[in-house]
Design a protein around this ligand. Structure first.
Ligand code: PHE
Length: 442
């Protein structure tokens, strides 16, 4: 018999979708992007986009999932009776496939750091945390490929176990712990000598630092952190029970994401300035700066180790949602084939992830429109496929779905702002996304 995955409670749903959202996007990507595109100015744009574009889109994706109750390469047909619209689901599927490919590179770095710090803790290697050489790690092909292999393997094993089991319960402890750790790092980072200028860098929006490119990347960042446009959130909402609260869940996820992004910024930039790093250092920023901060704490290595485990956990709850989307689409929600599909998808992801890893080393000279393979994959996903997917869904929701049925899907979670939200999704957001696309081409 076909058995569709279901969350047991709406808490399960909210924990899982928050898990999907909060991950490398908020903690690793936000600071590195903000460091390149103007600090406070980037933060301001990111906040605006997250609230004006991201939140309504997340509400939309939850509503679509709740109404459609099926996998996302079928859901559009089910809701509109138009089969060709399933292409939006396939677009999302492609997006998460590529996303997982480069996400695993960073997941792999975390694993390598965990092993290195563990080595120091048990006395296999000497030196302090700052002596771990980032460049030597990311340019070492076998080490990085092993790291990302382990990351993909961990994700695969968890997904094979099914949605009900596994991480939801653990995330009730791990996520608050991660939050506490972030606050501790912020406090330590802010108390460093020279921290003030870093604090100003991230909190003070300097209008002259606002660029068209930075604005586009800020929008891409909102999509990325909220997992939008990939239909990943639609999938999770389709597993949810009738009692799931669309508006409240979306709002809490957006708030948590903003808080974690801002905390990551407050943890990184004061220390970046204090230790003389450049904010525009790129994807390695967090990995270079944080060891220095922990070196300034008592029992820093141990705390850094615990932090890395929590960080890995947050990354895994996101990568799980990436693989889960492929599994739910290719098994058509039939749990019988779960394990096989998870295995095949993971092997394919591993294959495409290798060039992404090597683009930090031997393949660094290979450029696609001037971008490294890693950056090109990220750009394709965050700035093209995710906005395209979201655009498709806004058109379906605004033009094809019945407004009353849509309203009903909110159920007991009454939504006073339903009408403004609806017209925003129907009339404004598609235009915003199209405009951004045109700007990107120019
Ligand atoms: N939102 C996740 C993060 O910030 C990444 C993600 C994107 C997960 C799309 C699922 C779907 O880390």
């Amino acid at each position: 018999m076909k058995k569709q995955s279901q969350w047991k409670s709406s808490t399960g749903f909210i924990l899982a979708s928050a898990g999907s959202a909060i991950g490398l996007g908020a903690m690793w990507k936000f600071p590195y992007m903000a460091g390149i595109y103007g600090g406070g100015a980037f933060l301001l744009m990111f906040l605006l986009f997250t609230i004006i574009v991201g939140l309504p889109l997340l509400i939309m994706e939850f509503a679509v999932g709740k109404m459609g109750q099926t996998y996302t390469t079928k859901i559009y047909e089910k809701l509109t009776q138009k089969k060709w619209l399933n292409i939006i689901g396939w677009n999302g599927n492609l997006a998460v496939f590529i996303l997982f490919g480069f996400y695993s590179v960073i997941g792999g770095w975390i694993i390598i750091y965990i092993l290195k710090v563990l080595g120091q803790l048990i006395g296999l290697s000497s030196g302090n945390l700052s002596s771990i050489e980032f460049e030597a790690i990311i340019t070492n092909p076998w080490l990085t490929i092993m790291g990302q292999g382990i990351f993909i393997l961990l994700t695969m094993v968890i997904v094979m176990m099914g949605v009900e089991k596994g991480l939801e319960k653990a995330s009730k402890i791990m996520m608050p712990l991660l939050f506490i750790f972030l606050i501790v790092i912020v406090v330590r980072s802010l108390s460093l000598e020279g921290a003030q200028s870093g604090l100003r860098y991230i909190l003070q929006p300097r209008i002259e630092d606002l660029s068209v490119k930075g604005t586009l990347f800020a929008l891409g960042q909102s999509f990325f952190t909220l997992s939008l446009g990939t239909t990943g959130m639609i999938t999770y909402a389709s597993y949810a029970s009738k009692e799931m609260t669309i508006k409240t869940s979306a709002l809490s996820i957006v708030i948590m994401n903003i808080v974690v992004s801002v905390l990551a910024g407050l943890a990184i930039f004061p220390a970046t300035e204090a230790f003389g790093f450049k904010p525009a250092d790129g994807p390695g920023l967090l990995f270079k700066v944080l060891p220095q901060v922990f070196d300034q704490m008592a029992a820093g290595s141990l705390f850094y180790f615990i932090f890395l485990i929590l960080f890995l956990f947050a990354a895994l709850t996101s990568s799980i949602s990436l693989l889960e989307l492929n599994v739910s689409n290719f098994t058509k929600n039939n749990n019988e084939h779960r394990a096989r599909v998870a295995l095949i998808a993971s092997v394919l992801v591993f294959i495409i992830s290798v060039p992404a890893t090597l683009s930090f080393g031997s393949l660094n000279d290979v450029r696609i429109f001037g971008l490294t393979i890693f950056d090109a994959m990220d750009f394709l996903v965050s700035n093209i496929l995710m906005p395209l997917g979201a655009l498709g869904t806004t058109l379906v929701v605004g033009q094809l779905l019945d407004k009353d049925a849509l309203k009903e899907s909110f159920g007991r979670d009454r939504f006073k702002l339903f009408s403004p939200w609806y017209y925003l999704v129907k009339l404004v957001l598609p235009l915003v996304i199209i405009l951004v696309f045109i700007m990107q081409l120019i």
